[in-house]
Design a binder for this molecule. Structure first.
Ligand SMILES: C[S@@+](CC[C@H](N)C(=O)[O-])C[C@H]1O[C@@H](n2cnc3c(N)ncnc32)[C@H](O)[C@@H]1O
Length: 220
């Protein structure tokens, strides 16, 4: 099995464990394997893609929630959007927002390959200007765009989240820098975000040490 770039920093035992986990977890659709490959071959930062294990977790969590409406902030090539869409309720819809129009072709190609083109809408714009304008409430939100804006996205998302709704925020451990090297702007922003969420009386959360850290946040 070929591994995604994020695993380059993993030691042999961890690689074998991830291999074992994946071979004993639910199957990955073929179009996602293909999308991962094309992302690795054609984009400058393929490590931004969620990857196989995180992708299966996103699909599983979405299937547990069975949301009517999902919002994703930060599409990249569409891998996580397609994983999350697996759990949509029968007439459910996913909106994903991406800043970079150059990703349009690859995103649309794989949405079509998945057969979910009637359930997924991609908006090419800056999420900060779009979230307030979305005219619906969401059951599940995946937050995975510009790290220094995480608190801003969060404040805009909370009013649009149904009670009991879940936000999944990615990269909240920032390669472990939240404890080892707190000097750069992005690490500081992630630390502030984690504190902000943990202190919010309207939500409860838990951080999972999966990949780069996933914060599961539930609106009370
Ligand atoms: C880490 S990647 C997303 C990876 C994707 N969710 C996945 O797991 O496969 C972050 C993406 O967010 C986009 N982005 C950054 N700032 C944004 C913004 N303000 N609005 C919309 N998209 C943004 C970037 O262009 C990039 O494609």
């Amino acid at each position: 099995m070929r591994f995604s770039p994020e695993n380059k920093s993993m030691n042999f035992k961890n690689i074998k464990i991830e291999e074992y986990i994946l071979s004993n977890s639910m199957d990955i659709p073929d179009y996602l394997i293909e999308l991962e490959r094309e992302t690795n071959l054609t984009t400058l930062m393929p490590q931004m893609l969620s990857g196989r294990l995180q992708g299966r977790l996103l699909a599983f969590l979405s299937k547990m929630i069975n949301p009517e409406n999902i919002l994703e902030i930060g599409t990249f090539t569409g891998y996580s959007a397609l994983c999350l869409a697996e759990g949509l309720a029968e007439n459910g819809k996913l909106i994903t927002i991406e800043y970079d129009p150059e990703l349009k072709n690859i995103i649309e190609k794989y949405i079509e390959k998945s057969g979910m083109q009637n359930r997924i809408e991609v908006i090419f714009n800056d999420a900060i200007h779009i979230i307030d304008k979305l005219g619906k409430a969401f059951d599940l939100v995946f937050l995975d765009a510009y790290k220094e804006d995480y608190i801003n996205y969060y404040q805009k998302i909370i009013p649009k989240l149904n009670p009991g709704g879940i936000i999944i925020a990615d990269n909240v451990l920032w390669s472990g820098k939240v404890i080892t090297d707190q000097s750069d702007k992005t690490t500081k922003a992630i630390i502030e975000f984690n504190k902000f969420v943990n202190a919010d009386p309207n939500t409860e959360n838990v951080i999972l040490p999966i990949r780069d850290g996933l914060s599961l946040i539930r609106k009370k």
